[in-house]
Design a protein. Structure first.
Length: 316
């Protein structure tokens, strides 16, 4: 019996990109004819004609499976849904915009079968085409995360990777609501080979990741895999406490030396330091409490509205 590879593709408003992606899928499946293929397209609440195009593909190619969400739940939820419903012996994540070259798949599969790797991941060696400020903050994020968390993150890492069923099951065992897949991949470990390639421009359409969405995603990753912000907040608390104390002493000495000091200066120093400290601590604690609040609600990671996968449980 042939081994099966499931290609999971999160899709959000990818109507323009999918007509380019599907022929590449056909090409690589013909090239790897010794394996069976399943193309699992996860429609993340698209507002264009993405779902209609996916259904058209599914009606022509029985290898095409799809899951359509009831609304936009985000790429992390789409990745989870794809991994959860993939039936292949091996599973790969891939974007529809062809920034993740399907042509690398034969080399990735060979590394797992012949070199003993559990997964093969990809990373960009350049960020050509990205705004400089975005590239700068992305690199800084990876450096910070590797210093403060116990999950290994590789600079330039893409979600594009091929995994054995063992790795997929390990990732799925981490079923938290607030998901940061890059951190999860690093946390579960396993023997991973990294393939490097030059950055590739989107084949069509625009990126769904604005700078502020990436910033929000980065903050979620830090909170999900590190307690460093809490430790930093504690450090600030200690610093401001001592700074406020010694500042008040210095003001008192100046006052005793005969230099006129307004009593409101003492009050201002105290209020300023304490207020800033309280706001900082509350902000950091609030982020963690908010995440805990969402986790204990035990809400589904996604809600399936439509699918052609048999015996699918709608709410995961």
């Amino acid at each position: 019996m042939k081994e099966k590879i499931t290609i999971v593709v999160p899709c959000y408003n990818e109507q323009e990109a999918l007509p380019y992606f599907y022929p590449e899928f056909v090409k690589v499946s013909e090239l790897m004819s010794e394996q069976d293929f399943e193309l699992l397209l996860v429609d993340d609440g698209s507002k264009d004609g993405t779902l209609n195009y996916i259904k058209e593909l599914a009606s022509k190619d029985e290898r095409v499976k799809y899951i359509s969400f009831s609304r936009n739940f985000g790429k992390e939820s789409a990745i989870y849904a794809g991994l959860k419903n993939a039936s292949g012996d091996y599973v790969t994540l891939m974007d529809a915009d062809l920034q993740d070259p399907p042509s690398l798949l034969p080399e990735m599969f060979k590394a797992i079968k012949e070199e003993g790797y559990d997964s093969v991941a990809t990373r960009r060696v350049t960020r050509k085409g990205e705004p400089p400020i975005r590239s700068f903050f992305a690199r800084k994020f990876y450096k910070i995360m590797n210093k403060i968390s116990d999950a290994e993150l590789v600079d330039g890492a893409r979600d594009y990777r091929l995994m054995t069923r063992k790795v997929v099951n390990a990732v799925l065992s981490m079923s938290e609501y607030n998901r940061f897949t890059k951190g999860i991949f690093g946390w579960v470990g396993f023997k991973t080979k990294w393939l490097e390639y030059e950055n590739i421009e989107r084949v069509s359409g625009e990126t769904k990741w604005s700078f502020f969405k990436l910033l929000k995603y980065a903050i979620s990753g830090i909170i999900a895999f590190s307690n460093a912000p809490l430790k930093i907040a504690t450090g600030f608390g200690i610093f401001f406490t001592f700074a406020s104390f010694f500042g008040a002493i210095a003001t008192l000495i100046v006052d005793l030396c005969g230099i006129g000091v307004s009593p409101f200066l003492y009050l201002g120093e105290g209020i300023g330091f304490v207020s800033g400290l309280i706001m900082l601590l509350l902000g950091v604690l609030g982020e963690y409490v908010a995440k805990i609040h969402l986790e204990v609600k035990n809400r589904p990671v996604y809600i399936c509205q439509d699918t052609n996968i048999n015996d699918q449980e709608n709410n995961k």
